[in-house]
Design a protein around this ligand. Structure first.
Ligand code: SF4
Length: 396
């Protein structure tokens, strides 16, 4: 038995650089938008977006992630989580341009899943994901060397969250692993453990330690002692050979900077503030938050739960604020009270890079025959990443 690891949510050196300034070759963040953007104060922005979209017709398909701003969601042909959106794009082969209003890893996944004739465009290249950036290809390759030297790599199956770069998905495909979403993480883990002899298997879970821990402990009945955290900033991940040998879940030290902000205090405080409230949180939240919540699930689960909730019920939601605000407005008319779990603002700052000026610029450029901010994954990486995605689609 290993010693229980402290729950590790300290920001890494990569967390939240200044956005949109200078360049950062190690990630997609901090990249200047090359375009001549319209001013945010331009009163014609809505009309310009509408006109450009109309001119493009069926040639363009606009995807809007749940966490996007309202002004952007207004132009989305479909809304959803990242995997659903990539699938929807693949199901629209007549759309030459896929404008992904989300973040970089989502656009990569769409490029991997769509045909070669479709071009995926991210309206602002600085729209990255701090969680995805917490696991680089070099760090993960080094981690695999550490596991190999410790004699545990052959017992380990990688399971990578959708919220990871194409490089990490390719690593997962190369080493016999699968991708998972927040809806199917338990099925992915059961599949991965089933790939090895009973009791011998381990999972390397990338890059969100919280989703990995919450799924293993809350959904599969493992103990916190079964989990260790691999810190890529420490030699050997900060783990001994014995800790690696004893662990069942090797959790990458990554987290979502939005969901990681909710605390046990947020839960206790909202229960006092709103008597009778149901606390419903995303599994990217810290373990103590998930343990104290009444319901836990993906964004799609959160929306469905609220749809099915009875009138008069009260809900505190622990996920991104743009989505929670939209849900609060949508369900107010049905007599359901929806509040944000925390008192402080909690937007995804990188997702919020995509605004109406960037969308107008991207759509008008496409309408003028210029493909801007194209996201293209190289064929070898795409093939390996697709292998890992196909294993997810085939999960029992
Ligand atoms: S909400 Fe978290 S995981 Fe999602 S894009 Fe933003 S930083 Fe990444």
């Amino acid at each position: 038995m290993t010693t229980a690891q402290p729950l590790d949510v300290q920001p890494t050196a990569l967390a939240l650089l200044l956005l949109g300034r200078e360049s950062d070759p190690a990630s997609e963040r901090g990249t200047d938008c090359p375009g001549d953007l319209p001013a945010p104060s331009d009163p014609d922005l809505v009309e310009r977006a509408r006109a450009a979209k109309e001119k493009l017709g069926d040639k363009v398909f606009v995807l809007g992630h749940h966490y996007q701003r309202d002004e952007v969601i207004a132009f989305a042909d479909v809304t959803g989580d990242s995997f659903k959106l990539a699938q929807k794009a693949a199901a629209r082969p007549e759309a030459e341009y896929i404008v992904f209003c989300g973040v970089h890893f989502m656009a990569e996944s769409a490029d991997i899943l769509t045909s070669d004739t479709q071009r995926v465009v991210l309206p602002d290249l600085a729209a990255g994901c701090s969680m995805a950036d917490m696991a680089t290809a070099e760090q993960v390759a080094e981690c695999w060397d550490v596991l190999t030297e410790a004699g545990v790599a052959q017992d380990t199956v990688p399971v990578s969250y959708m919220n990871s770069s194409a490089d990490i998905k390719a690593f997962t495909g190369r080493h016999g692993g699968t991708i998972c979403t927040s809806s199917n993480a338990e099925r992915a883990l059961r599949w991965a453990f089933g790939r090895r002899e009973d009791g011998r298997g381990k999972v390397l879970f990338l890059p969100d330690q919280h989703l990995g821990r919450n799924t293993a402990v809350r959904d599969m009945g493992m103990s916190l002692d079964d989990c260790v955290v691999y810190n890529p900033h420490k030699p050997g991940g900060g783990l001994t050979r014995q800790q690696l040998a004893d662990a069942r879940m090797i959790l990458w030290r990554g987290h979502c900077s939005v969901h990681g902000r909710f605390s046990l205090d947020s839960v206790n405080e909202v229960r006092e503030r709103v008597p009778g409230v149901n606390v419903l949180v995303h599994p990217e939240c810290r373990h103590e938050v998930v343990a104290a919540a009444d319901y836990v699930g993906s964004t799609e689960y959160i929306i469905k739960t609220l749809q099915e909730a009875p009138a008069g019920s009260k809900w505190a939601i622990g996920t991104e604020l743009n989505l929670v605000r939209r849900l609060a407005n949508r369900f107010a008319g049905e007599g359901k009270e929806v509040v944000f779990l925390d008192r402080t603002v909690c937007f995804c700052s990188t997702m919020n890079r995509i605004d109406l000026p960037h969308l107008v610029w991207a759509l008008e450029s496409l309408a003028d025959g210029r493909t801007v901010n194209r996201i293209e994954v190289d064929p070898e990486t795409a093939d390996l990443a697709k292998l890992a995605l196909e294993r997810m689609l085939a999960l029992p």
